[in-house]
Design a protein around this ligand. Structure first.
Ligand SMILES: [Zn+2]
Ligand SMILES: [Zn+2]
Length: 332
């Protein structure tokens, strides 16, 4: 009985409806007008969209258990470990760094815009290094392993990634004066949009979302980010406002004549949990072992994925340059 109760509670918590149930039980609907109340209404949208996505896929006979199996296993593994470390990391960073903030902000609309731009910058930094430093790529690659796009991919993360991301993002925001209540509101919006942009083709066929595609970061841009096509690799690191991708030259639109290939470029088994979760760490370990000298061993840890001590690099930059050169040669 206790087992079913636990499953029931897990389901309620996954759907994000515990607060709504409480409101219905107590009849205190006024709560819905508070910030907490608004959050409790928005939180269940994504889990329900995920269910809708699965139901639609089943209806159109496109449902494949492999598309959802790995993110589900990863979600279960993370559920118990990652969240607690991450919350502790955020609280710790705020406690330590708040007194060093450059200045103080408040809950005014213009500070909200400022805070969001800073948050997006901090997200860019974490995400960029997640792709450009091999050790951090080991943490982030789990999220890029799925070979299709659907809302369950939003839950596919290595358990240490959230604490790492939150330490960087919280530290930058707090030092830049974003005050904690403002930061939590921004984190909530970012969490919502950051999940939504994983809506797959079964839910939204054209992820460009019309005119929004030229204003904010859409599912289409994030599909490009998850692609292993040479032109698309290491682009679109932002989450909602893609200003920093435009500033740092990593912005890329989805091309209508280029079919997206999801996944990571190394040979892997997307249905093997150990390969998805620890595969990159294992590859890094193998490279370190065979590298001559301490300097090369250390370089493997900090250089981008694909870097080689032999000079035969296969980094995203090298692969993209070769692709662009080939396209140029063919057009002459
Ligand atoms: Zn990424
Ligand atoms: Zn993603």
């Amino acid at each position: 009985m206790a087992f079913f109760e636990m499953i029931f509670h897990e389901l309620i918590s996954f759907l994000g409806i515990s607060q709504l149930i409480e409101v219905c039980r107590t009849g205190n609907y006024k709560v819905l007008l508070t910030l907490n109340g608004i959050f409790s209404v928005i939180s269940p949208i994504l889990p329900f969209l995920l269910l809708l996505e699965i139901i639609r896929a089943i209806f159109y006979k496109r449902f494949k258990i492999e598309d959802y199996k790995m993110p589900f296993f990863i979600f279960v593994a993370n559920r118990f470990i990652s969240r607690f470390i991450s919350i502790a990391a955020v609280v710790f960073c705020i406690g330590v760094l708040e007194k060093y903030a450059l200045f103080n902000t408040s809950l005014k609309w213009y500070w909200f815009i400022y805070g969001y731009v800073i948050w997006e910058f901090s997200h860019f930094i974490y995400h960029y290094f997640g792709h450009k430093v091999r050790l951090f790529w080991c943490l982030h690659s789990t999220h890029h392993a799925p070979q299709t796009m659907n809302l369950s991919v939003t839950y596919a993360h290595f358990f240490l990634e959230a604490p790492y991301a939150d330490v960087i993002r919280t530290s930058i925001c707090i030092l830049m004066g974003v005050n904690p209540p403002l930061l939590f509101i921004i984190m909530f919006i970012d969490g919502f949009w950051g999940s939504f942009i994983h809506a797959g083709e079964n839910l939204i066929k054209d992820g460009r979302l019309g005119f929004l595609n030229s204003i904010i970061l859409t599912p289409s841009h994030h599909r490009v980010h998850h692609a292993k096509n040479p032109l698309y690799m290491d682009t679109n690191f932002c989450n909602l406002l893609n200003i920093w991708d435009k500033v740092f030259g990593t912005f890329q639109h989805e091309k209508r004549d280029m079919q997206i290939e999801y996944g990571i470029s190394r040979e892997m088994n997307p249905n093997n949990f150990l390969d998805v979760y620890f595969g990159e760490l294992y590859c890094l370990w193998k490279d370190i072992r065979k590298a001559p000298g301490v300097k090369n061993k250390l370089l493997y840890i900090v250089m981008p994925p694909g870097w080689s001590h032999t000079g035969d690099h296969k980094t995203a930059k090298v692969v993209k340059q070769a692709f662009l050169q080939q396209a140029k040669d063919q057009s002459i």
